[in-house]
Design a protein around this ligand. Structure first.
Ligand code: ME8
Length: 523
């Protein structure tokens, strides 16, 4: 077993704008980060996992104004839904940060002062294009013409001409250091396609960045500059530092900074791979190891939007399909890093075929045959070559192929390897036909079922990061202790005899995955 507290791993999601309720894209990111966090814990790493809400800025201020409430009241109300979503989806975060938290103001002001001390902040007048929806400034050359003479950002959102006094960050100074970073740390931006976009953007030259606003006051006050609040992205990005105790330092900071992975969506890669490392360099702080920009989820191939009316509430989906079915589908179906599509049919078919019919059925029939035909008692194993081949195939998937893919964040590939091992088990059941052996060769039946019990335990541990509740319930039924559910446990060969010797008996198993109905009102 790995040493406790060895090898820290700090992972963060983006912090979401709580200007409305969470949508399935937010759920997707939280689930992916949770799978990574659980996977790394099972690898023996000392994981810290942070998620939360990004509460300042004009977008929040405007959303609050349309409802005639304060931005803080809107943030309180909506942030609670994001927190609730994390609970429902079984997200194992260590901290849910809100940028309105007091320690976050202190951290944002500290990084500001560090950048100022480095000579990177100056006061000037901002004149240019701003998109409230993206909370982003754009150069004229990036814009396109929309309908009715409206100018649009590269994200397709309307921009407004803005003129105000502003603090500027000398981003232009950081072009060379950033290009050197992308060169020296080739994995800093993943996937490759996002890296190429950023390299080409930065190679084109960087303008200084407007980093304060005077036209509204919903933000972190700029130290020593009354009337200015920080540009929302300065404080938003700093959340990753706040969560580990910056600027005071201490145990959390020493263990977890720099972060190992910022997991974010593809639309905000520029903020995380250009602005954020530049701010950190300016403040003389170590840089995160990696920023991964995942793809977008599309509803039947279409972008979600409130006006199209296809924004799906993840809580409703979890209730309809089951939390683990939803988690499994999202990680299995979408090639991580690319956009992916979901539909009622696709979720139902995937959950039924792979969770209910393949893995669930394998576990159900094995445990119930041991319960009925063997009084629940695990046999002494006398394995032949067929049995050994199955054990090898499952071990190869659970200890090698699946974790290797997960380490690379190639979840669909890792789950596919796991599923192949499940298929191999089902083929083995069909070929060995333990129900027939019951009469013809009861000793052989026992070995077959004991072998299946052993490999199902490995399969359940390997898939635990993806479907923690149902794989956990299965392991409970199998008498596997919660502290023996990691990759080190899979490698340990002594568990089976220990469990057999402990007097453990298989009870009547409880089904794990109900079959979902396809013919229902469409989602
Ligand atoms: O961008 N599919 O917040 P946000 C997948 N506050 N992911 C999606 C998605 C979709 N359809 N739509 C959005 C913000 N996301 C900022 C982040 S971080 C310091 C500040 C992802 O609520 C999006 O890419 O608009 C982002 O990673 C996250 O959801 C929150 O988006």
């Amino acid at each position: 077993m790995a040493e406790p507290m060895a090898n820290p791993f700090y992972i963060t999601t983006a912090i979401s704008y709580p200007n409305g309720r969470p949508h399935i894209g937010h759920a997707y990111e939280a689930i992916a980060a949770d799978v990574i966090a659980r996977f790394q814990r099972a690898r023996g790493r000392d994981v810290r996992f942070q998620t939360g809400t990004d509460e300042h800025g004009l977008k929040m201020a405007q959303a609050a104004r349309t409802r005639d409430i304060t931005p803080r009241a809107l943030a309180d109300e909506m942030s609670a839904y994001f927190k609730q979503m994390c609970g429902v989806l079984n997200i194992s975060h260590d901290r849910f940060i809100r940028t309105s938290d007091a320690d976050h103001y202190a951290a944002s002001q500290a990084i500001w002062q560090a950048m100022e001390a480095n000579g990177d902040l100056y006061l000037d007048r901002y004149e240019g294009w701003y998109s409230v929806r993206d909370e982003a400034f754009y150069d004229e050359k990036e814009l396109t013409d929309g309908e009715g003479g409206v100018k649009l950002s590269p994200q397709g959102t309307p921009v407004e001409w803005t003129v105000e006094e502003s603090w500027f960050f000398r981003l232009s100074r950081y072009q060379e250091p950033l290009l050197a970073l992308y060169r020296d740390q080739p994995d800093f931006i993943r996937p490759e396609s996002r890296r190429n976009e950023v390299v080409s953007f930065v190679s084109g030259g960087l303008s200084d960045l407007s980093v304060s606003r005077t036209s509204f006051d919903w933000g972190v006050p700029v130290p020593g500059s009354p009337g200015h609040v920080m540009y929302v992205w300065v404080d938003a990005l700093t959340n990753y530092l706040t969560g580990v105790g910056y600027p005071d330092g201490g145990d959390l900071y020493d263990r977890y900074w720099p972060a190992n992975l910022h997991l974010i969506g593809k639309d905000i890669v520029r903020f995380h791979t250009v602005y954020w490392p530049a701010f950190l360099m300016s403040a003389k702080l170590p840089l995160p190891q990696q920023v991964f920009g995942h793809g977008f989820l599309l509803n039947k191939g279409e972008k979600m939007s409130k006006s199209v009316g296809n924004v799906v509430d993840p809580m409703t989906m979890a209730e309809r399909y089951g939390v683990d079915q939803l988690r499994y589908f999202l990680m299995r179906e979408v090639s991580f890093g690319q956009d992916g599509s979901y539909s009622h049919e696709a979720i139902v078919n995937r959950a039924n075929a792979e969770l209910a019919n393949s893995f669930g059925n394998l576990a159900q029939r094995t445990l119930s045959m041991i319960f009925k035909n063997m009084d629940g008692e695990l046999p002494v194993l006398d394995r032949n070559e067929d049995d050994a081949a199955l054990v090898r195939a499952v071990a190869a998937a659970c200890l090698d192929e699946t974790p290797r893919a997960f380490e690379q964040l190639a979840f669909s590939i890792g789950i596919e390897a796991w599923m192949k091992a499940v298929f191999a088990c089902n083929q083995y059941v069909d070929a060995q036909a333990p129900w027939a052996l019951r009469k013809s060769d009861p000793e052989r039946m026992k070995t077959v079922l004991g072998t299946l019990f052993a490999v199902i335990r490995d399969l359940a541990i390997a898939i635990l990061p993806v479907i923690p509740e149902s794989a956990g319930k299965l392991l409970d039924q199998m008498g596997i202790a919660p502290d023996a559910r990691d990759f080190a446990a899979i490698e340990d060969q002594s568990w089976y005899d220990a469990l057999r010797g402990s007097g453990y008996r298989v009870a009547q198993p409880v089904p794990l995955f109900p079959r979902l109905e396809l013919e229902q009102a469409d989602a």
